[in-house]
Design a protein around this ligand. Structure first.
Ligand code: TRP
Length: 332
């Protein structure tokens, strides 16, 4: 059976972009068709300036929201990365496999470290080594497929290179995984800046719908979305990025075709109103389930405990094999 691994970083509140671009596919497809592991990758949240209490809170919230969105512990394994030591154990071996030069070539590292330096801050060493930890996340489980956004494609490419190199040097140890990118239609853009992705780490939040936003906040954000000059509703990403984003959002919420939806509208206002309603309806059950789960923290704890136990059991043999292959003396 195909094994899938994906992770979500608790650096901000989960957004509609995370849900439509990733989580919904985990829930509706991946957990049914494959042996799937999903992890709240909290160690990755420590690579930039962080507030300990906030990371802790966001980790629990992300796990709770993933359950609320429909991940089913009977079908998949949901766990918190730091609960399973194999990730950091393997990460060190992969640091001994990767080169300094290839790490410095990672686009995200170049961008984030430049931003950090421009702001006068210092760059944590873990920001440089973070893709190696990500490779360890994936390789520890022998994952075949890694569903990720295109911003992570380079890191999965690095993971493949490290797996192949390790296998060549020390003998067959790792499965070589491949990235699975989401369908284009599920890429939700920022409502205030429809040419950039709706991400959770942005400072400016008026264009971002969070999964836990109150319905009136969701409505306000959608109604204030930037649109394009003119007044015709046409599906054209180049000429009308704002309108196109709304059409895609509405299409994703209602399972319709964005091009066909466009034909039914003669004004931006009506499109916005229907999109706002559709997003509110999409999020309603998720919010309700989240509230129920928050009232039962022991249940969430139990799911995470059992998830970590299963994850450990899966990762342990592979990481032990890597320890032996690379030349470490087995402990008695
Ligand atoms: N780096 C990913 C991100 O920023 C999160 C992540 C960490 C991940 N480890 C992973 C994704 C392993 C897929 C597989 O979104």
């Amino acid at each position: 059976m195909t094994r899938i691994f994906s992770g979500i970083k608790p650096t901000g509140h989960l957004t509609l972009g995370n849900y439509l671009g990733a989580v919904r596919q985990w829930v509706e497809t991946d957990q049914h068709r494959a042996d799937a592991l999903f992890s709240v990758v909290d160690l990755h949240a420590l690579t930039v300036d962080h507030d300990p209490a906030r990371v802790r809170r966001l980790s629990r919230q992300a796990a709770t929201l993933l359950l609320a969105a429909g991940l089913d512990p009977a079908l998949c394994t949901l766990f918190v990365q730091s609960h399973v030591d194999e990730h950091t154990r393997l990460s060190y071996l992969l640091e001994c496999t990767a080169s300094d030069g290839e790490m410095r070539r990672m686009i995200q590292y170049k961008e984030k470290s430049a931003r950090e330096k421009a702001a006068g801050g210092s760059v944590r060493l873990s920001l440089l080594t973070y893709p190696v930890l990500m490779a360890a996340d994936i390789l520890a489980y022998g994952a075949d497929e890694v569903p990720v956004g295109d911003d992570q494609a380079q890191h999965v490419e690095l993971t493949r290179d490290l797996a192949v190199r390790f296998n060549q040097r020390y003998g067959q140890t790792f499965t070589v995984p491949r990235a699975v990118l989401p369908q284009v239609a599920a890429r939700v853009m920022d409502l205030q800046d429809p040419t950039s992705k709706m991400g959770k780490s942005h400072a400016e939040t008026s264009g971002i719908v969070y999964l836990l936003d109150e319905p009136d906040v969701v409505r306000r954000k959608v109604m204030r979305a930037v649109t394009d000059s003119g007044s015709e509703v046409v599906y054209d990403r180049e000429a009308k990025p704002g309108v196109t984003n709304l059409l895609e959002l509405l299409a994703a919420c209602t399972d319709k075709d964005p091009g066909e939806l466009a034909a039914g509208y003669t004004s931006y206002g009506a499109l916005k109103k229907d999109t706002a309603d559709a997003v509110v309806e999409l999020l309603r059950p998720l919010r309700e389930r989240h509230a129920e789960l928050c009232a039962d923290p022991a249940y969430v704890d139990g799911v995470l405990r059992e998830g970590a136990r299963r994850a450990r059991e899966l990762a342990r043999p592979t990481v032990d094999a890597a320890y032996r292959a690379i030349g470490l003396l087995p402990a008695g």
